[in-house]
Design a protein around this ligand. Structure first.
Ligand code: SME
Length: 152
């Protein structure tokens, strides 16, 4: 897939999600809808959310194989995105110290923080690929734009 094709797919997902969520202010519904759209239209390997709950980072709505429920605090890519409050792109998970392998087939990953309108961070969108080097700046910018549609 070329960069233009990828951007075109994200743009269509953005338009569809906008229409679907225009009357919703429930972030969980938005997360479930965005997971399904991304997973099936972008054909990702694993697509879902990890949400902060009582100081823990726990799995939320997702599509794909069974995933870890709790992520060990301050360990792995999802916690890195929470602590840095920014998107983390991992071209090869084997090079990321502390990476948590819920599925040994995962090879690369992107994690995007989810902020509410008041600036609070409630969790992350986590996408895994079974190939190395799957994610780049195009994914980062579009995914950041998409998660803004699920804010309450
Ligand atoms: N790899 C993540 C854990 C979640 S799974 O990818 C679904 C991490 O290191 O935080």
């Amino acid at each position: 897939m070329t960069q233009e094709q990828k951007a075109g797919r994200y743009e269509r997902i953005f338009e569809q999600l906008h229409v679907l969520l225009v009357k919703s202010n429930n972030p969980i519904s938005g997360m479930a809808t965005l997971s399904a759209l991304l997973h099936h239209k972008m054909k990702f390997f694993w697509t879902g959310f990890y949400l902060l709950h009582e100081g823990k980072l726990q799995v939320g709505p997702y599509q794909g194989a069974l995933a870890c429920i709790d992520l060990k605090k301050d360990t792995g890519v999802c916690w890195a995105a929470i602590n840095q409050k920014q998107t983390v792109v991992v071209p090869d998970v084997h090079d990321f110290a502390g990476h948590i392998a819920c599925d040994s087939r995962s090879q690369s990953e992107i994690v995007v923080p989810v902020f509410m309108h008041d600036g609070s961070i409630i969790g992350v969108l986590d996408i895994d690929s079974d190939e190395r080097n799957s994610f780049d700046e195009t994914d980062a910018r579009w995914l950041e734009k998409l998660v803004k549609l699920i804010r309450a």
